[in-house]
Ligand binder design. Structure first.
Ligand code: GZL
Length: 309
């Protein structure tokens, strides 16, 4: 057969669509749903074949998914690690299979950082600092007043929970009148956030002045608990949360949430561009961060029409 006849039959490497195995944390929050939608839409847009696995917030499911992607010989593996530790073994298996790994959204603690090529995601410590700075400024309007803070942490052991706590505490220690009196995980969900806030409210020994929630979904759950306890969220209890999802803007418009710190879930396009470079063997940055803002209730009405998630 002449070359002309053979050519179309031989799919060159350039023609074969890039295959990405993506292991997602779960579907625990509005943020996560927006993140999943962004990844799926960006893969379609980029002509990348996406093998998507939802881990229902369980690390063992992510490990299984990564092993499946290795067996399927995907071109690149991307995942958002539900917790920071316990990844060395499976990432070494990916390296042995010569499949590059990219982290998105959350970071990992591994013995050898060369086990992943790049990490694209927010700076969670800075998000915690922004929450702390907003509270310091608000507290400065009433100097000398003691403020009892309760904290709804994210998933235990996850990078956002560890880092958002760290950044917030680092900043508020400038005012010793600001004290975190209770801190517990609400697992980033509305249901658990409500349940833990109910427990905080039942302990009558100390008045609660401020709630710091590591994500908007837990804050929204806590708002329900505060109202059911006969208190006014956003007034009797000042509420600070993180993500900047639509539900947070609606709560601010209703006067029930005081500020949300943006955490951008729309990483899809940057992830696909990164994957193409990685598979092509081009140099990429080890750490890619995203630009994010702070949205107090005063700007909610103006900003809501611009929100993309
Ligand atoms: C942050 C992300 C967190 C969100 C939560 O990048 O990992 O997980 O803040 C989500 O809403 O559950």
């Amino acid at each position: 057969l002449g070359a002309a006849l053979l050519a179309p039959l031989v799919a060159t490497a350039a023609d074969k669509p890039l295959v990405m195995g993506f292991s997602q944390v779960g579907a625990e929050s509005e943020w996560r749903s927006a993140n999943t939608a962004s990844v799926k839409a960006a893969a379609r847009q980029a002509g990348i074949t996406l093998k998507f696995a939802d881990a229902q917030q369980k690390q063992e499911n992510q490990v299984k998914a990564i092993r499946t992607f290795i067996a399927q010989k995907v071109d690149v593996i991307a995942f958002s690690p539900v917790v920071e530790s316990g990844w060395d073994t499976v990432l070494k298996e990916a390296r042995a299979a010569r499949i590059p790994v990219v982290l998105t959204d959350r970071a990992v603690n591994v013995s050898d950082p060369s086990l992943y090529v790049s990490f694209i995601g927010s700076d969670f410590v800075e998000e915690g600092r922004k929450a702390g700075r907003w509270l310091l400024e608000r507290a400065a309007k009433n100097p000398g007043a003691s403020l009892n803070i309760v904290e709804l942490q994210g998933t235990v052991g996850s990078a956002p929970a560890i880092d958002r706590k760290k950044g917030f505490e680092e900043v508020i220690k400038a005012n010793p009148k600001l004290q975190v009196i209770r801190s517990q995980s609400g697992e980033f969900t509305r249901a658990k956030g409500k349940e833990v806030m109910e427990a905080f409210l039942k302990a009558k020994d100390k008045k609660i002045d401020v709630l710091y929630a590591h994500n908007d979904d837990m804050a929204i759950g806590a708002i329900q608990a505060i109202e059911e306890a006969g208190l006014k969220p956003g007034k009797d209890i000042t509420i600070i949360s993180i993500d900047g999802v639509k539900g947070a803007f609606q709560a601010m418009l209703a006067g029930k949430l005081n500020v949300t710190i943006e955490c951008n879930p729309l990483l899809g396009p940057q992830l696909m561009e990164l994957a193409r470079k990685v598979v092509a063997g081009q140099p990429v940055e080890k750490r890619i961060t995203v630009i994010e803002g702070v949205f107090p209730a005063e700007v909610a009405a103006k900003e809501l029409p611009n929100r993309k998630y």
